[in-house]
Design a protein around this ligand. Structure first.
Ligand SMILES: NC(=O)c1ccc[n+]([C@@H]2O[C@H](COP(=O)([O-])OP(=O)(O)OC[C@H]3O[C@@H](n4cnc5c(N)ncnc54)[C@H](OP(=O)(O)O)[C@@H]3O)[C@@H](O)[C@H]2O)c1
Length: 305
């Protein structure tokens, strides 16, 4: 099975490459291979290579910057999936589009189900919702699969966990508290579990019982404050930090950002987990695993993890 993977240098892309199942002929694409803002190039690449699947893990993920660059965010997050889907409609392939909890406004106060209609707050969420709509319109529910996830992090790339490890070290050394937003709730999702879910979503292929829209996150719930607190505690246990900083809960209003965030964006993953045949891992257990991976990486001389 030939799979064309976008976003190969991203945090999810790297986990997907590391966990490629046997029998998959993977074609990983980085920015230098394909500019996702170039819809014609996306279309042409699919025509040329005729993959069985496009796994679109590439995205414009800078949530705040997107507010000032809406055209680019839309081109990458909606235009590229649309171009892939239209080309795949011609060639007979399928598309797995990775999407986000940010397609929801976070106001309902209970976990979002896959069939609920998106209602994004900002440009990033709107662009990802546009991508979802476009692939479903071009390929239909039989050949398009959307996998929404949340708060993604792993041992490589740019993410909240790696930022917090740096800040814990800095603030602990300075004897200062680390203020982290405590009134936004979601679920951290480690790339190793997310990659497994993506491969499984491809594996169930054309199963007529499979839903077009799936939700995947690790299990449980957390605020960013809870997540930061656990990163400190488990970072010390993994030997990554000598000492954790004291984490101070702050309200969203004390940390203003250009893009509004959904205050409660938990994804209801129950039906999707069953469909994928995957057991959930609690986010703290997944975090301990990722910090262990990071400690191993840092023990290798010359690595920059
Ligand atoms: N990160 C999260 O918290 C989160 C939450 C929910 C859903 N998601 C979704 O999960 C998926 C994977 O995200 P991630 O966390 O792995 O993001 P990431 O680490 O930021 O990776 C995104 C990749 O897309 C590439 N990219 C961006 N613009 C491009 C362009 N114009 N042409 C070609 N490549 C381009 C980036 O290339 P460079 O490496 O060259 O910059 C990067 O490798 C995305 O669909 C994202 O929307 C992420």
């Amino acid at each position: 099975m030939k799979v064309l993977l976008t976003g190969a240098a991203g945090q999810l892309g790297q986990a997907l490459i590391a966990s490629r199942p046997e029998g998959v002929e993977l074609m990983p694409l980085r920015r230098s291979d394909l500019d996702l803002a170039d819809a014609n190039a996306c279309h042409e690449l699919v025509r040329q290579h005729q993959p069985d699947w496009v796994l679109n893990a590439g995205a414009y993920t800078a949530v705040d910057r997107a507010e000032g660059e809406p055209e680019l965010a839309m081109a990458v997050n909606a235009g590229a999936p649309q171009a892939f889907a239209e080309a795949l409609a011609e060639t007979g392939g399928r598309l797995l589009q990775v999407s986000t909890d940010f397609v929801f406004n976070g106001q309902q106060g209970s976990p979002y189900r896959p069939e609920q209609a998106p209602e994004p707050l900002g440009v990033y969420g709107a662009s990802k919702a546009g991508g979802e709509r476009a692939v479903l319109a071009a390929l239909g529910p039989g050949r398009a699969r959307i996998l929404r996830t949340s708060w993604v992090y792993g041992p490589v790339g740019a993410n909240f966990c790696l930022t917090m490890l740096r800040l814990h070290a800095l603030k602990a050394a300075a004897g200062e508290p680390l203020g982290v937003v405590a009134d936004q709730v979601g679920c951290p999702t480690a790339t190793f579990g997310l990659a497994a879910a993506c491969w499984r979503a491809i594996g169930i292929g054309a199963d007529p019982g499979a839903a077009a829209v799936l939700h995947w996150s690790d299990a449980g719930a957390a605020s960013w404050y809870d997540f930061a607190e656990a990163i400190g505690e488990l970072g010390v246990a993994a030997g990554l930090l000598g000492q954790a900083a004291r984490v101070r809960p702050i309200p969203t209003s004390a940390y203003p950002t250009p893009a509004a965030r959904p205050p409660y964006s938990l994804l209801d993953c129950i039906a999707s987990r069953e469909m994928l045949g995957l057991e959930p891992t609690h986010w703290r257990v997944a975090l301990a695993h990722v910090l262990g991976q990071l400690a191993d990486l840092r023990a290798i001389p010359g690595t920059r993890a």
